[in-house]
Design a protein around this ligand. Structure first.
Ligand SMILES: Nc1ncnc2c1ncn2[C@@H]1O[C@H](COP(=O)(O)OP(=O)(O)OP(=O)(O)O)[C@@H](O)[C@H]1O
Length: 684
């Protein structure tokens, strides 16, 4: 039997079972064998009834002492079975499964495993798992038993049996694809051993060894897949070798500030990429407010002065406009023509700008995803920049790149991710990190209070407004709902009007038309609006240095990374800034988040803690960050295995860049399979 055989070739998979398996995304033998247990139950110790531990899962072997009974308890049926061994007796009980009554024969012997409690003067085993004892034939007796995650109407028992059948039928025929040198160096178990022992571990140790191999395998293949894509792209595609531009020095000198050391380093990395004929594929990661925009401007400057066009795509119209308005004046001083292309332009405006782009009259276009539409054609596109790229997918990025002839690509993100993880998320890119904030930035003082402090907080906001500053107030929802007492943007704005008489308050939310949003943002930017009540649409990238207060209502509703992003909207200029988190939640997770927010302003530190509190799945928001569903690895717990897998990956590609050696042949097949099935569709 091969791993790629359909799952119905396994004994026991009939039509109905097949349907259920398909619902679990199990189509092949491989899918079934990679449906790993969620946890295990140790049934290797069988206890006598007299030795039972209360409130724990116990495994016993016992005879049916009396005929099973179904008893009506309120609306439910309780099935009660008396079990005996030579040391005593107890009752096994199940609710709502009256058919169980017929499952047991008097005086026959079964194995039972379940939690034992002492209730109503009786010893009870609650809803135990059971199996008839047939000497020498019991698969699930006296051993560590797997418990599977979602089983979609397939009982643990059935799924366990199917996997057992699959293992029997493929018994030790799985072909090892990890080369021997890797298995030796990293002390990894053999493939067959690992697959067998992840389902039916012989001991704790064999489970550990099996899991270690499978975690390594998963992370190694993923990393290798990503790096292979990168290599392939570098090989296949030759880009432009941009010439150094002497005017660049004047441009940088003309900026109202000096670049930080970190910015300078990243600029150097970009310059080097751009001057080589390899296509640049670089991710610039910088904490909130670290100054990524100007780096984009410098790269665009180099491209344009080499007679190519550049494009910068942002996830929202507000951000695209902000980039355009912020950079246009400094670029125009150097005779660079800029334009803005968004969805809300009139037909005429759009036609006009499209024409200018196509004829090369515009050097740099800023815009939203309107840029990737078919009718957008460039005369000579040399550089593509996407901002906050986790909101765009690989495909969108590729469509934009395809508008030029292998243009260089720069991607900016403000989501701080520990480097090892960044490598697995963005393994197809080179990574630059801005790990320094511009000088003079003061720590944003952060407080967390309950709603009884709201009035005092308002007084504090008033004080800031009186000294000419502005404030953000974030609410989680747009409209008030009956079910949840969440502060909603519309009613909140109404409520505080009275409190802040004489000040101009406006609101912003995702359901507004781009034009309306734009108008509000402009009003806030030029200081006409004093308080902006908003949902999280404000979260990324907005830059209003005069705003110094960020008040977040229902702070428990936001994750740490999001709170950090929101807080990053203040403290962007020379004024001391504050973030006030209001929450009445006393949950442990919320308290911990608040503690971290108060303690640090550092995004990388926050993301590490977030990982610990929430685990990587939620932290990354799988879909948003393009992380594939990992079947067994846990990016937080398995970080040391991840590092080894990355090291092995580099070593493999160094010695055999295209995995052409005989010993890497099977590995290459596996990687290609992964690339085709999974990686290509990720929104990296
Ligand atoms: N080296 C510097 N010295 C002083 N100010 C700087 C420097 N670099 C950038 N700035 C200013 O810092 C502010 C934040 O920069 P920018 O908007 O580029 O941040 P960002 O990295 O895009 O942050 P976010 O991800 O939060 O949007 C801007 O007002 C910018 O003019």
């Amino acid at each position: 039997m091969n791993l790629s055989d359909p799952v119905e070739s396994i004994k026991g998979v009939g039509e109905q079972t097949l349907k259920k398996l398909n619902k679990l995304n199990i189509y092949t033998v491989e899918d079934l064998l990679y449906h790993f247990p969620r946890e295990y139950e140790d049934r290797s110790t069988v206890r006598k009834i007299s030795e039972i531990e209360y409130n724990e899962v116990n495994t016993i072997i016992a005879k049916i002492g009396m005929l099973p009974q179904n008893i009506k308890k309120g609306r439910q049926i309780l099935t009660k079975v008396n079990l005996r061994d030579d040391s005593g007796s107890l009752f096994a009980v199940w609710f709502g499964q009256p058919y169980l009554k017929k499952q047991f024969q008097l005086n026959e012997t079964y194995l039972f495993s379940g939690k034992v409690t002492y209730k109503y003067g009786q010893i009870q085993m609650e809803s135990p798992d059971y199996e008839k004892v047939i000497e020498d034939k019991n698969i699930f007796t006296r051993r560590i038993i797997p418990l599977y995650p979602s089983t979609y109407k397939l009982s643990q028992k059935i799924i366990r049996q199917l996997i057992h059948n699959a293992l029997e039928e493929t018994q030790n025929q799985l072909i090892e694809f990890l080369p021997l040198w890797i298995r030796k160096k990293y002390q990894l178990a053999d493939y067959n051993y690992a697959i067998n022992n992840i389902h039916f571990p012989e001991s704790d140790h064999s489970y550990f060894v099996a899991r270690n191999r499978l975690v390594f395998e998963e992370l190694f293949l993923l990393q290798l897949g990503l790096m292979s894509i990168k290599k392939q792209m570098e090989q296949e595609r030759k880009g432009f070798a941009f010439k150094p531009i002497s005017e660049l020095e004047d441009f940088i000198r003309g900026l109202p500030f000096e670049l930080t050391k970190a910015q300078q380093r990243v600029v150097d990395e970009i310059k080097e990429d751009m001057s080589s004929d390899k296509v640049m594929n670089r991710l610039v990661q910088g904490d909130v407010g670290s100054g990524k925009t100007i780096i984009a401007a410098i790269a665009l400057f180099i491209a344009v002065k080499n007679n190519y066009q550049g494009v910068m795509m942002a996830p929202t119209e507000v951000l695209a406009t902000q980039h355009y308005q912020g950079l246009m004046p400094i670029l125009e001083q150097f005779n660079i023509k800029t334009g803005l292309l968004t969805g809300s332009l009139t037909k005429k405006q759009k036609e006009n700008i499209l024409k200018q782009i196509a004829e090369g009259d515009i050097d740099i276009v800023f815009g939203t995803h309107a840029l990737i539409q078919e009718n957008v054609a460039f005369k000579s596109l040399g550089l593509v920049i996407t901002d906050e790229q986790h909101r765009f997918g690989v495909r969108q990025r590729t469509i934009l790149s395809d508008k030029g002839n292998n243009p260089d690509v720069l991607i900016m993100t403000a989501t701080p991710i520990p480097r090892t993880l960044a490598l697995i998320l963005y393994g197809d890119l080179d990574i630059s990190i801005i790990d320094e904030l511009p000088p003079g930035r003061q720590k944003i003082d952060t407080y967390s209070v309950d709603s009884s402090y709201r009035h005092r907080v308002y007084q504090f906001i008033k004080k800031e407004l009186m000294s000419g500053r502005q404030a953000y107030i974030i609410c989680p929802m747009v409209e008030e709902s009956d079910e949840q007492e969440l502060q909603s943007v519309l009613s909140y704005t109404e409520k505080i009007k009275h409190e802040f008489e004489g000040y101009h308050i406006s609101y912003l939310h995702g359901k507004m038309k781009p034009k309306e949003k734009q108008k509000i943002m402009e009003g806030f930017l030029n200081g006409e609006i004093h308080i902006l009540v908003s949902t999280t649409v404000i979260e990324v990238g907005v830059n209003v240095p005069n705003a110094t207060i960020m008040l977040i209502e229902n702070a428990e509703r936001f994750g740490l990374a999001q709170l950090h992003q929101l807080r990053g909207r203040v403290g962007r200029g020379k004024f001391k800034s504050y973030c006030i988190l209001i929450t009445d939640s006393k949950s442990k997770v919320t308290m911990e988040r608040m503690k971290v927010m108060k303690k640090t302003n550092n995004g990388f530190e926050i993301s590490e803690t977030d990982l610990q509190i929430r685990g990587p799945g939620e932290f990354f928001g799988t879909r948003q960050h393009g992380l594939p569903d990992l079947k067994i690895a846990n990016l937080y717990k398995d970080i040391s295995v991840l590092k080894k897998a990355q090291e092995a990956c580099l070593e493999a590609l160094n010695m055999d860049p295209y995995l052409e050696r005989e010993e890497h042949k099977l590995l290459k097949n596996k990687v290609n399979q992964l690339i085709n099935e999974k990686i290509k569709d990720l929104s990296l």
